[in-house]
Design a protein around this ligand. Structure first.
Ligand SMILES: NC(=O)C1=CN([C@@H]2O[C@H](COP(=O)(O)OP(=O)(O)OC[C@H]3O[C@@H](n4cnc5c(N)ncnc54)[C@H](OP(=O)(O)O)[C@@H]3O)[C@@H](O)[C@H]2O)C=CC1
Ligand SMILES: CC(=O)N[C@@H](CCC(=O)OP(=O)(O)O)C(=O)O
Length: 350
């Protein structure tokens, strides 16, 4: 295990992902936050904009200057929008830093697929090839050998952790999968928009990006790897009037007769030793609040003998396991540290 401390820089510090990275890294025993960068409010004190954040090594927001940041950091977290990350990541990698990118820019292997779903030009192919897809419980071995992680999307993490073991084992027909997912509003970021302001979302429940969501090809890419052949899925996203949390309710046709107990056993074996995936016992299903503020993904099952289908329910906190928490888990793996460092806390309840 590597014992030395490292210095971390966070770009996009005034967004929800960036602020969550600051909150979590503040108590990481082996990381010092050496630079927090803001393209819009450089020079301001962080505590001025975010009074709940004190006790960090540096208080002033830095300018987005790659050379200056590279001189005082060993790793950079990019909590920036897609399209922005694709320009920044190569510069930091070329300067010798480890990079963990929270955007979708380096997650998709195919440039054509990226362009089709994100509607703009993809990142430079050499850097896309270099990036390791950081679904930590599945690709942790690869993460441990890289200096560049493409951190998965929040819906994707929640859905894939719930589906991967069953698809890999051949227990469900990959072509039959339907994912019905719901997210809290912080998933849309901190910027104000018509669709997410209070009176639009309070006491409301709505579907969006139906059959057009950019996480669809990301989910299909990983399920295809698990199944050993191309897989397509139906994936529908909804906004729920809550701040944090994702629930993915997923349906798949069983390839053979199985019970709830079989699923619990399969998943417990698959995730053995991985502290952040908690498999519920038979007849128990998780709720989003049971992961609130933590890096947990909780999963439950119900086999329906009548229809020959299984329902899999998976929940996470979109800003933690879906973003900043998994990014730190990936840093721990890259540094050959215990993957739970700085992430060992219980959900906020009630
Ligand atoms: N919210 C979520 O639940 C999840 C988000 N993600 C992804 O993580 C990334 C960050 O998301 P989130 O924090 O929610 O988004 P926000 O919109 O809340 O924050 C993004 C931040 O990026 C910075 N930024 C914006 N434009 C530029 C630019 N042109 N150059 C440099 N910096 C810029 C801004 O910070 P500043 O003004 O300080 O520079 C902005 O606050 C995105 O790629 C998102 O898709 C992934 C999983 C879950
Ligand atoms: C509620 C909400 O709007 N959520 C966002 C997901 C944000 C996210 O995970 O962004 P990436 O595309 O970088 O993965 C959405 O549906 O687009």
């Amino acid at each position: 295990m590597n014992s030395s401390n490292i210095r971390a820089a966070i770009v996009g510090s005034t967004g929800y992902g960036g602020v969550e990275l600051i909150r979590l890294l503040q108590s990481h025993p082996k990381v010092t936050i050496s630079s927090v960068i803001s393209s819009s409010t450089a020079g301001m004190s962080i505590a001025e904009g975010f009074p709940h954040l004190t006790e960090i090594h540096t208080d002033l927001l830095d300018d987005l200057n790659v050379e200056a940041i590279s001189a005082k950091a060993d790793v950079v977290f990019l909590a920036t929008p897609h399209g922005v990350s694709m320009k920044l990541a190569p510069q930091f990698l070329d300067a010798g830093l480890k990079v963990i990118d929270l955007s979708g820019d380096f997650r998709l292997e195919s440039a054509d697929v990226y362009e089709q779903w994100y509607k703009h030009e993809p990142a430079h192919a050499a850097y896309v090839e270099r990036a390791v897809y950081g679904l930590a419980e599945v690709y942790g071995d690869k993460v441990a050998r890289t200096d560049f992680v493409a951190n998965p999307g929040c819906f994707t993490t929640t859905s894939l952790l719930g589906l991967y073991p069953a698809v890999k084992a051949g227990w469900i027909d990959p072509d039959s999968i339907i994912i019905d997912a719901k997210s809290g509003v912080s998933g849309a970021g901190r910027g104000a928009s018509l669709g997410t302001h209070y009176s639009e979302i309070n006491e409301n429940f709505k579907a969006y990006k139906v059959n057009k969501h950019q996480h669809t090809p990301e989910i299909e890419q990983v399920l295809s790897e698990a199944a050993g052949r191309p897989v397509v899925t139906t994936f529908t996203t909804h906004l729920v009037p809550m701040t944090r949390g994702i629930m993915a309710t997923m349906y798949g046709k069983l390839t053979e007769k199985r019970t709830d107990a079989d699923f619990v056993e399969l998943y417990r074996q698959f995730y053995e030793g991985r502290k952040f995936v908690r498999v519920r016992p038979e007849g128990k299903w998780p709720a989003t609040k049971e992961t609130y503020g933590t890096n947990y993904c909780d999963i439950g099952f119900s086999v329906d003998e009548r229809t020959g289908r299984v329902t899999i329910i998976s929940v996470t906190d979109n800003l933690v396991k879906g973003a900043a928490g998994q990014a730190i888990q990936n840093l721990n793996l890259m540094m050959n540290w215990d993957e739970t460092l700085g992430l060992q806390f219980s959900p906020v309840y009630p």
